[in-house]
Ligand binder design. Structure first.
Ligand SMILES: [Fe+2]
Length: 203
């Protein structure tokens, strides 16, 4: 079965004023759709892969045939990254994490504010297009990392707990060249309940 873009779990305008409706429409309906369309086109060339989840593909890119590996890396990454992205934002989001995740962040980074500063800094310093992430590493610790393009940390054996899209398509209509302003505003959309669920899923 072909991969599909999941419906946005809230209205396109629901994240206003932090993320504008026009950006959400383009980002979800055009950009995410393009990754899915291109991923499906790649997998059609190798129907033996069609039963695999996009996460399975990204976790073992070496097992993907050479002729479609770059397409799967870029478009499978684009699909998985954006599917997470819509879910880790919510209308009326923001605030700070609670429970075990809050404790893990405090113990890894010193404080929530220190974590947030490190996460934003990684996003600001990502040259060109990419993502900034909070991951669980293979040794079980939390870390902030940044990836280029649509690379997902799971291709490096890390579990992505949360990530922010720092491609210009995520913010340029509203914030133009001011990526730091977008990164700061984005925290007002964060869905800590979903991120907590992902933290527990990371094990
Ligand atoms: Fe994006």
């Amino acid at each position: 079965m072909a991969y599909e873009v999941p419906p946005l779990p809230y209205d396109y305008a629901a994240l206003e004023p932090h993320i504008d409706e026009a950006t959400m429409r383009l980002h979800h309906d055009k950009h995410h759709q393009a990754y899915v369309t291109n991923l499906n086109a790649a997998i059609e060339k190798h129907p033996e892969l069609s039963g695999k989840s996009p996460e399975d593909l990204l976790q073992d890119l070496a097992a993907v045939p050479d002729d479609i590996r770059p397409a799967v890396r870029n478009n499978g990454g684009g699909h998985v990254n954006h599917t997470m992205f819509w879910q880790i934002m919510t209308p009326g989001g923001g605030g700070t994490p609670t429970g075990a995740l809050a404790q893990a962040i405090d113990s890894a980074f010193g404080s929530f504010d220190a974590f947030k500063a490190q996460f934003n800094d990684a996003g600001v310093k990502r040259f060109g297009s990419g993502w900034t992430w909070l991951v669980k590493t293979s040794d079980g610790s939390l870390a902030v990392v940044s990836t280029a393009n649509q690379d997902n940390p799971m291709s490096d054996g890390q579990f992505p707990i949360m990530g922010n899209d720092v491609w210009e398509h995520a913010y340029y209509l509203k914030y133009q060249n001011m990526r730091p302003k977008y990164l700061e505003a984005w925290w007002n959309t964060v869905n800590w309940a979903e991120i907590n669920r992902r933290f527990e899923q990371a094990g």
